[in-house]
Design a protein around this ligand. Sequence first.
Ligand code: ATP
Length: 290
Amino acid sequence: MTESQSVDAPEAPMATPAPPARGAPGDGRSAETMLELRGVVKRYGDFTAVKGLDLRVERGEIFGFLGPNGAGKTTTIRMVAGVLRPSEGTLLLGGDDLVADPAAAKSRLGYIPDRPYLYEKLSGGEFLRFVAGLWGKDGPEAEARGDRLLELFKLTEWKNELIESYSHGMRQKLLISSALIHQPEMILVDEPMVGLDPRAARLLKDLMRAFVEEGGTIFLSTHTLEVAEALCDRIAIISEGEVIAQGTMDELRAQSEAAGGAHLEEIFLKVTGGDAMQDVIEGLREAIQR
Ligand code: ATP
């Protein structure tokens, strides 16, 4: 069987996140805010990749994070995932401070990175068991959940095969399964559609929708503007480490002063200086003329 033959419509229960933990009464934080970034800065030596980001993602929404190459998306996502430490600022996940209390904050999170690392010498089933164990969930319930996820992604017959024999798309599906194994409240997704065949991409979109319908939250970085436009409740566009536009599609249209009905691509190009692209295209045209 090829993996492109493999995906059926998802069933919502698999995507069910854990019930959200509420902020303590009187602690001054909104129980509805899942992720908050306050003045977040990331410096690599002398270079400042992220310049004082303020963002708020509410529970139950799909928040899109867009920007040109090198804008600082992956850096930001890696800080939210707790992989990179911010140089300045505060990151709160469900009210828990990621720097001060990383274990509590990270337990709320499933992370699907753009460049995943998978243990090649484990089988898919062993890998899921390993990840569940990291979250302290290694009983029959986690095993059943893992099996259900593998079934959903049509990986069951690959469960006992080593990951080194998996295709790129199969690895991606295994990774998505591993991010859902501990029933996170929020999933953080960096470039989710890369390498997925159309059926798997559709499954992932449906899964994301089911996940938020059940109260989960998604923070999604993508270059696929159609995906962002179709899926996201709100979008932030980042360029050179700063948010340059933020809001719902309607609000973005207003901010970019684009005519009504503008697609995200036009808005994106406009706010990220895409007008200059015409010159590049003209230059390229001249360069390739014989
Ligand atoms: P892309 O869409 O191309 O993946 P991005 O928006 O995810 O880009 P980042 O990967 O966050 O961008 O990079 C932001 C900036 O920080 C870039 O200029 C990049 O070269 C720089 N950068 C990223 N990681 C490092 C690092 N470890 N050391 C030095 N500079 C880095």
